[in-house]
Design a protein around this ligand. Structure first.
Ligand code: NAD
Ligand code: IPM
Ligand code: MN
Length: 359
């Protein structure tokens, strides 16, 4: 599902790489295409059709571009937050609560980011965002009349222990497969929901993952430290709202928001492939400012396809070869405009495919 704006452009690119990679390991792909978000609204008067949801539930994996844009952002649909946007609906229906957003400082781009090279060298962060709860999915929301104070609008920021526990467990397990360090962020100094977040993450860490080094920061400090010393972080656990903010911020380390992939999982497979449908999407949005020009950076979407190979197909080694092909293409000087280069989306994708084949 390409979705809107640059979404279809980057999903096309990711599918081309996915097909080449799958063929190299004899993996058969059975791909359906469908509309999502504004594109679905224009064609069917809904952000996501019931047929699309049924097909999503029956799939192993969904590759999604991005949804939304000025043409549709004002539309309000009856029902909860998940009804306002086809992607929110998919996340909710599939209960993909564990979102892994990967940000790396790429060696070839060290001099092309907003940071000094020595500050970001070696940075490799798995920003984990809780994706099915918190203020963004709260049903306690609304806008009403507050008399002489004007209107009052609210979105309750709520988390249950069960929601925090299931998310924390996946986070610690991901850390176990990486460098064994977790930073959990919250605003427990002011928010009650933050206090519960910290208490539950701390308990799961101490009782079930004593081998993992756990630190807690207030989110504002975490945002600051992430700028000053990004290479010191491994796995970061954040709620839905803070995770949204910190993942775009970590895009700056990678040189562009267009570089970041994500895997949105309903379970972390113990090894092999996830038994439940998962969503793979670049972290960026529909970028209306550059849509239709063929210049979008496809790497976030391509690396999302690599995460699909890893978590939904169990092809970990093939996934790493896609990552390596991306690095090799960057090292050879293939760069889209957001990185200061001149490659089109297609040329960048061709370069990645060439490196994959050559390796
Ligand atoms: P955005 O991520 O679309 O764009 C932010 C900036 O980054 C823009 O300058 C854009 O040109 C640039 N950018 C993003 N992806 C890029 C890429 N692949 N290559 C080159 N440059 C890239 O965020 P926004 O402008 O705040 O939002 C635009 C629309 O997208 C809104 O309707 C928003 O709701 C939606 N959105 C959707 C998703 C999603 O579907 N996952 C995520 C974020 C925003
Ligand atoms: C993201 C986006 C989405 C979010 C929007 C489009 C619903 O910003 O995936 O990061 O806030 O989750
Ligand atoms: Mn976002």
């Amino acid at each position: 599902m390409g979705g809107d704006g640059i979404g279809p452009e980057v999903v096309d690119a990711a599918l081309r790489v996915l097909e080449v990679a799958a063929r190299s390991v004899g993996l058969r792909l059975d791909i359906d295409e469908d509309l999502l978000g504004g594109a679905a609204w224009d064609a069917h008067g809904t952000f996501i059709r019931v047929e699309t949801l049924a097909s999503a539930r029956a799939s192993d994996a969904l590759l999604v571009g991005a949804v939304g844009g000025p043409k549709w952002d004002h539309i309000v649909v009856d029902g909860g937050p998940e009804e306002q946007d086809g992607l929110m609906k998919l996340r909710h229906e599939l209960q993909v609560f564990a979102c892994l957003r990967h940000a790396r400082a790429h060696d070839a781009l060290l001099d092309r980011t907003a940071f000094k090279a020595e500050v970001i060298r070696g940075a490799d962060i798995m920003l984990m965002r809780e994706l099915c709860g918190g203020a963004m999915f709260s049903r306690t929301r609304g806008i009403d009349d507050a008399g002489e104070r004007g209107r009052r609008a609210y979105d309750l920021n709520e988390y249950t222990e069960a929601e925090i526990e299931r998310f924390a467990r996946v986070g610690f397990e991901v850390a176990r497969r990486r460098r064994g360090r977790v930073l959990s962020v919250d605003k427990s100094n002011v928010l009650v929901a933050g206090k519960l977040w910290r208490e539950v993450v701390d308990r799961i860490g101490k009782t079930e993952f004593a081998d993992i080094e756990l630190t807690h920061f207030f989110t504002d400090n975490a945002a600051y430290q992430l700028c000053c010393r990004p290479a010191d972080f491994d796995v970061i656990l954040a709620d839905n709202l803070f995770g949204d903010l910190l993942s775009d911020q970590s895009g700056a380390i990678a040189g562009s928001l267009g570089m970041l992939p994500s895997a949105c999982l309903a379970e972390l497979p113990a090894g092999g492939r996830s038994q439940r449908p998962a969503i793979y999407e670049p972290v960026h949005g529909s970028a209306p400012d550059i849509a239709g020009q063929g210049i979008a950076n496809p790497i976030g979407a391509i690396l999302s396809a690599a995460m699909l190979l890893e978590f939904s197909a169990g092809e970990v080694e093939c996934a790493r070869r896609v990552d390596a092909a991306v690095d090799a293409a960057l090292a050879a000087g293939s760069l889209t405009r957001d990185l200061g280069g001149e490659h089109t989306t297609r040329e960048m994708t061709d370069a990645v495919i060439r490196e994959f084949r050559d390796a």
